[in-house]
Design a protein around this ligand. Sequence first.
Ligand code: TYM
Length: 334
Amino acid sequence: MYNDKKVVFSGVQPSGNLTIGNYLGAIRNFSAFSEEYHCYYCVVDMHAITVRQIPAELRKRTYETLALYMACGLDPQKNTLFVQSHVPQHAELGWILDCYTMFGELSRMTQFKDKSAKNADNINAGLFTYPSLMAADILLYQTELVPVGSDQKQHLELARDIANRFNQIYGETFVVPDGYITKDGARIMSLQEPAKKMSKSDANENAVVRILDSKDDIIKKFKRAVTDSGNEIIHGEGKEGITNLLNIYTCFTGKTIEEAEKEFAGKGYGEFKLAVGEVCADSLAPVRDEFARLMADKAYLEQVMAQGAESAYRHARRTMSKVRRKIGFTELKH
Ligand code: TYM
């Protein structure tokens, strides 16, 4: 089954309500691979607990993330949709790869530095080894391609380094994965601090547009978006706010930046921000409707979860048996 097709893998943390950054940078690109590749799309709940979570909310968001995958167009018959903690090989390979990942490498990860600064009272070992668990996610399925936003580039590089290191010691074991980072959408910025990426855990709700926000909220947030003191709708340095809005506008309309600049030449910021809000809200409306329909059918979501875990488990088990043999673990004979 998975022998004849190359593999795509990606993951999303169920650690907050997903944003248009998650959508434009990652999820909406996922379905393009479904025909040509064997696709694994994972809800990475084990990564989410590197930051303290409220258990009931984590559980709810895990269902929601799975439903959002489907609402964004991922057919569970054509893609393996599953939850990370349902496939124990992620933890198993994660531990093994910890032993092939250097302290210095992990110390250099900018996400670790950012998250430690934000969670100073909970700088746990899992937060530190987060990237080797992510490498395990990817390498477990012999992944060729990993579609992500540009903030995951450093983690991906490390996953490649770990795979190469392991292969050098033990001979070909893992496929060395490539990142797939789209040109537009790869880095959607905060609406309030456009020098910062839009993040689902931002405390300022006005900074973040969520996929499931109502049309009114979306428009309100875009109207309040920080711009600059000029009045021209053009992209470039010193115009980070407008550049971000132009980028969001082009992602939703398929127009180029130049086309959008021409369209809004001579128009005011207010009119432009309203247009961005409208196109964003209207594009997401079908996702919101489909999400509501799916969330009303928990039994179906559980069936998708079970089917996904089963399919992922079968593939993961094969890689693990190869890894265990290579590193010299004994086999249990019955
Ligand atoms: P997470 O949950 O933070 O984000 C999920 C995906 O959304 C992308 N993304 C963005 N893209 C553009 N602009 C933004 N503002 C923005 N914010 C987030 C992320 O790049 C990501 O693709 N470590 C990963 C989860 C993970 C994973 C994996 C990904 C765990 N194991 C294996 C790929 C392969 C993360 O924290 O994503």
